[in-house]
Design a protein around this ligand. Structure first.
Ligand SMILES: Nc1ncnc2c1ncn2[C@@H]1O[C@H](COP(=O)(O)OP(=O)(O)OP(=O)(O)O)[C@@H](O)[C@H]1O
Ligand SMILES: [Mg+2]
Length: 227
């Protein structure tokens, strides 16, 4: 039997906007994602893709239903424990990279270790090894703000993988890149996820990227259709 890494049980998310309107972002979403499975999430703008990833990462809480990670219900965890889990077990990659431009490549990659209270020397080797895998090992001391978009995303991949997470969440990771850089970034994401037996959920508008995942799931107005 494969263990469920991430599980949604009848998860709904409603937002109340500034003008007092209620917006339904997700309605009764249920799925289980086994360890090492890769899934592409596709759907129109506003269909709830980013909301789903935020709930999976525990950075937002559902209005109804349960989200569990490795059998633990996220909403029942004390904040400290949920933050700890997020920092150690879940990696995230974003469309606009979210790197700190005034810091070096190395320090950006090491950021999750600093935040988790780790020491630089305990993670320096891992950071270097990851940078080698994305062919940026010679650039470690350079500032991030001088990099190209594709290079920035490769740094962001290293940062997401530093703590050896069990789940990698990627929200349109190539949405801001040209075709060639997109292909290179996605090769890295899929290869590194496979190598580490990580589960991967990638939100994408690209059929080509979706095709490489084990399954493609569709979101329509907050309703999820799994394969
Ligand atoms: N914080 C918020 N407050 C109010 N409404 C929100 C909030 N976040 C998201 N929404 C609404 O929830 C719905 C789903 O948003 P979400 O960002 O998940 O869509 P998406 O599928 O990621 O879209 P895109 O492809 O454009 O990124 C949208 O109608 C959006 O306006
Ligand atoms: Mg989105």
């Amino acid at each position: 039997m494969t263990e469920d890494l991430l599980r949604f049980d009848k998860v709904a998310k409603h937002y109340t906007t500034e003008s007092g309107q209620s917006v339904t972002a997700l309605q009764s979403v249920s799925f289980s994602l086994p360890a090492a499975k890769t899934v592409a999430i596709v759907g129109r703008s506003g269909s709830g893709k980013s909301t789903l990833l935020h709930l999976a990462a525990g950075i937002d809480t559902p209005t109804a239903g349960d989200v569990s990670f490795a059998g633990m219900r996220l909403q029942s965890m004390p904040d400290r424990q949920r933050s700890h889990l997020r920092r150690r077990s879940i990696g995230q990659i974003f469309q606009f990279f979210h790197l700190l431009g005034h810091l070096s490549i190395e320090d950006n990659v090491l950021l999750p270790a600093y935040i988790a209270g780790g020491k630089r020397r305990d993670y320096a080797k891992r950071a270097e090894q990851l940078l080698r895998q994305v062919r940026l090992e010679k650039r470690g001391r350079d500032l991030v703000r001088h990099l190209s978009g594709g290079e920035m995303q490769r740094v962001a991949i290293c940062r997401a993988l530093l703590m050896s997470p069990r789940l990698l969440l990627a929200d349109e990771p190539t949405g801001n890149l040209d075709d060639e850089s997109s292909a290179e970034v996605m090769d890295l994401v899929y290869d590194l996820a496979a190598e580490a037996s990580m589960a991967l959920m990638v939100v994408t508008h690209s059929e080509e990227i979706a095709r490489r995942a084990d399954e493609t799931w569709h979101l329509h107005s907050g309703l999820l259709e799994t394969a």
